[in-house]
Design a protein around this ligand. Structure first.
Ligand SMILES: [Zn+2]
Length: 280
């Protein structure tokens, strides 16, 4: 492995990164070729811990979350809340599994309701008639289904699409005892995607990454995600630190600068998918 490759994937290495202010990043593994891990963020205080996103409901992810929490002095049973940025399997499903044992509370953006119902119908047998492969791909599950079946492993995460305990509205201020977490509705990657703001930390889910927006499935969705980023996130101060659902962090001011380059150029009206501010 070259040095460049090693450092490119360094963020996905198991462990815990201290982000300051009692916030920690715990990357959890994904069984995917391209996407190595998902970032779970722990917001801690002496009484317990609240997590932003949860990882995928597979044993290696659960083990790594357990190990990560122990490193900072907590057990799975200390998790009070899962605040989930969006309904994709790699962010949501482990929360549902852990809730059965530990009774943690799951919150999700209210606009994900329709996506959750559609996913449930799809996995309950109507997948060909109702959604097909396109539906699965849209929900972030297709690649996983393919790879899991290639490895002859059961995808337990696909079976359990239960409701969250709470649907979050845009602008909800969540009282975390020692601080406040604000839910910001940022549609585009999914209809009900949320970003969470705590102090100067923006936990951006799959909405904003270093050098570009999250993946979109249509030009309309790209328009939507750009509207979310410019209208809801770029209003925050330049020194806001952006912590995405996958990969390294970035600084909001840097993204504003790169976006200015993108918006000054003209683009193919069909542009969507994986977009980069400087090269798309
Ligand atoms: Zn996603």
């Amino acid at each position: 492995m070259s040095h460049a490759t090693a450092s490119r994937h360094a963020w996905a290495e198991p462990g815990v990164e201290d982000l300051g202010g009692g916030v920690y990043r715990i990357p959890l593994p994904l069984p995917l070729e391209g996407l190595k891990a998902v970032n779970v963020y722990a917001i801690t205080d002496p009484g317990g811990v609240d997590l932003i996103d949860a990882g995928i409901a597979l044993v290696p992810a659960r083990e790594q979350l357990t190990a990560g929490l122990r490193k900072i002095g907590y057990e799975l049973g200390d998790v009070r809340n899962f605040f989930v940025t969006h309904i994709h399997i790699d962010h949501y499903s482990l929360a549902v599994e852990l809730r059965r044992t530990f009774r943690s509370v799951i919150s999700l953006g209210e606009q994900e309701h329709a996506n959750l119902i559609a996913t449930r119908e799809m996995v309950n047998g109507s997948r060909n008639r109702f959604f097909g492969a396109e539906g699965l791909r849209r929900l972030g599950a297709m690649e996983l289904v393919t790879q899991l079946s290639a490895h002859d492993r059961q995808p337990p995460a696909l079976i359990d699409w239960e409701d969250p305990d709470r649907w979050l509205e845009d602008g909800t201020d969540l009282d975390l005892r020692t601080r406040t977490l604000r839910a910001v509705h940022t549609p585009g990657h999914t209809r009900g995607s949320l970003c969470f703001l705590v102090g100067k930390h923006l936990l951006s889910g799959d909405t904003l990454f270093p050098h570009g927006p999250g993946r979109t499935n249509s030009p309309a969705d790209l328009k939507r995600i750009i509207g979310s980023i410019t209208g809801r996130l770029f209003v925050l101060s330049d020194d806001t630190k952006v912590y995405p659902g996958h990969g390294d962090f970035t600084i909001l001011g840097k993204e504003k600068e790169e976006f200015a380059v993108f918006s000054a150029r003209s683009h193919d009206p069909g542009l969507c998918g994986d977009v980069l501010w400087l090269s798309s």
